[in-house]
Design a protein around this ligand. Structure first.
Ligand SMILES: Cc1cc2nc3c(=O)[nH]c(=O)nc-3n(C[C@H](O)[C@H](O)[C@H](O)COP(=O)(O)OP(=O)(O)OC[C@H]3O[C@@H](n4cnc5c(N)ncnc54)[C@H](O)[C@@H]3O)c2cc1C
Length: 463
């Protein structure tokens, strides 16, 4: 967003609560942290990196990419670190936003939220939590001082973060209990380090771009498998289950082999990518437990059937993903976002909300993906938002707001299209609030690119 604003000579300030830029890749420093979209694709088209060390980069390399990007475009002087936004209120008298932060108030003509969907850790509210005084922390708040050697460790959850962490810590632990509520579909990454020859080839003109597009289309094609109840989805499910059955053959106990394979349609929950999850579960010091956790006591976790005394508890329990833009309060002309979104978040193309003038959201409602890269989505969104802002500034308008009828028509279509997609196939996933899928895009990214690139400005009311 900052790069695109800079290109259009629109002045801006970035308010960041952390002591560093990087967001997801500054915060998620757990062992094994990395992307599950290949790095050539999980990077911006306008700042290609041609020397990724491996197909799926780890956290340090991705964070370095963002730091390089900020340095290259001279963005650091625009970023106010350690500044948490508390509230933002639109004042209709002067058409300005008052943004209240831990470092004081800011006034701005426009406000753009870039707080992400996966930023607020979600920890189950288990009774007795205060009784357990040994280390217990969330994957996104990793405590580097905690050592796992010779310890008995409980990992609550077996989702995207857990399957990256477990292979790293299992060889260190005396015993590792993995608490699974539901299994996920998992397919291999086939990760490898790029050879010096491959890296040299990427430097040749157009090669890195062509390779990036190859990855894009390899992911985009998956979209056709996300339609609920179709032969395509059934075939996809069969293929993933076949791969999982073969991959989990290393697990000795047939009961555990059964437990790791989901019974619902593939794609309903996020399909995970890992090469070493099953070999980790197969280890003699690892136990997969599918009992419901009922609470904690001073020694560890308690389930309906057993007690599990442990030295460390890891909460790999995801994020408050459906509580979109909830880290600060946004007050529009008629209500707050929290009030408007009480039953579930929604926004025009995931970015604009009626009665919230001069306000836009990056990675907002219904813009998450199950099959492709979020950076692609964020790039579509920045181009779109800058186009609307540029029109407002150029034509000397004071206020821009999405037309309510245009929004409603779009939202009706989102909800109708969603009914035919695999996320409504009845599994428990982090995409749903009150039965409404609020996170995911119900369209292909090609369609979203088209809608954002050729959007009509008549969707907005300029004043
Ligand atoms: C472990 C992990 C792995 C992931 N892997 C992938 C992947 O492989 N592919 C993919 O496409 N997506 C992946 N994602 C999703 C990822 O969140 C997005 O790809 C991307 O990082 C979103 O960028 P963002 O800037 O919108 O949000 P974030 O990276 O979450 O950044 C939000 C920023 O807003 C700041 N902030 C929040 N609230 C406030 C406030 N009130 N005041 C000031 N600052 C605030 C935060 O400190 C943070 O710096 C992953 C997410 C996680 C957690």
């Amino acid at each position: 967003m900052a790069v695109k604003l800079q290109e259009k000579n629109i002045p801006f300030t970035i308010l960041e609560q952390s002591p560093s830029l990087g967001g997801t890749w500054y915060e998620n420093i757990y062992p094994g942290s990395g992307c599950d979209v290949p790095s050539f694709l999980y990077s911006f088209s306008f700042f290609p990196k041609k020397n990724w060390s491996k197909v799926w980069a780890k956290q340090e390399e991705i964070l370095e990419y963002y730091r390089d990007l900020a340095a290259h475009f001279k963005l650091n002087s625009h970023i106010q670190l350690n500044t948490k936004v508390l509230t933002a209120k639109f004042d209709e008298k002067d058409n300005l936003w008052t943004v209240t932060t831990t470092k004081g108030d800011f006034k701005s003509n426009f406000l753009i939220s870039g707080v992400g969907q996966l930023n607020i850790p979600s920890i189950p509210d288990l009774p007795g939590r205060e009784l357990f005084e040994k280390p217990a922390f969330h994957s996104a708040k990793w405590d580097k001082n905690v050592k796992f050697e010779g310890k008995t460790v409980a990992c609550v959850g077996n989702g995207a973060s857990a399957i990256q962490i477990l292979p790293e810590i299992a060889p260190l632990c005396k015993r590792l209990h993995v608490f699974q509520s539901t299994p996920s579909h998992i397919t291999g990454k086939g990760d490898y380090a790029y050879s010096p020859v491959q890296k040299a080839i990427f430097q040749l003109p157009f090669v890195a771009t062509a390779y990036r597009w190859l990855w894009y289309w390899r992911h985009e094609i998956l979209w056709f498998f996300f339609k609920k109840g179709t032969n395509e989805n059934k075939t996809f499910t069969k293929l993933v289950v076949k791969e999982m059955t073969e991959g989990s053959a290393c697990i000795k106990d047939p009961e555990v082999r059964k437990k790791v394979i989901p019974s619902f349609a593939a794609g309903c929950k996020r399909v995970l990518r890992a090469d070493d999850y099953f070999s980790t579960i197969a280890r003699d010091n690892v136990t997969l437990i599918d009992e419901r956790i009922t609470g904690l006591d001073k020694d560890g976790l308690v389930t309906a059937k057993n007690k599990y005394p442990v030295d460390v508890i890891l909460f790999c329990t995801g994020f408050k993903a459906t509580e979109i833009v909830s880290s600060f309060e946004v007050q529009g002309t008629k209500s707050s976002l929290k009030e408007r979104w009480e039953h579930g978040a929604s926004a025009y193309m995931g970015m604009a909300v009626p009665t919230f003038p001069n306000f836009f959201i990056l990675y907002g409602p219904n813009t998450n993906l199950g099959h492709n890269s979020i950076t692609f989505m964020i790039e579509c969104q920045t181009n779109y938002i800058v186009k609307v802002l540029h029109e407002t500034v150029e034509k000397n308008h004071k206020k821009v707001e999405v037309n309510e009828a245009v929004f409603q028509k779009y939202q009706n279509n989102v909800e109708k299209t969603m009914e035919g997609l695999v996320w409504t196939a009845g599994c428990a996933s982090w995409y749903t609030k009150n039965g409404q899928v609020v996170n995911n895009l119900p369209y292909s990214t090609v369609y979203y690119w088209w809608k954002t690139a050729f959007a009509s400005l008549s969707d907005y009311v300029f004043k």
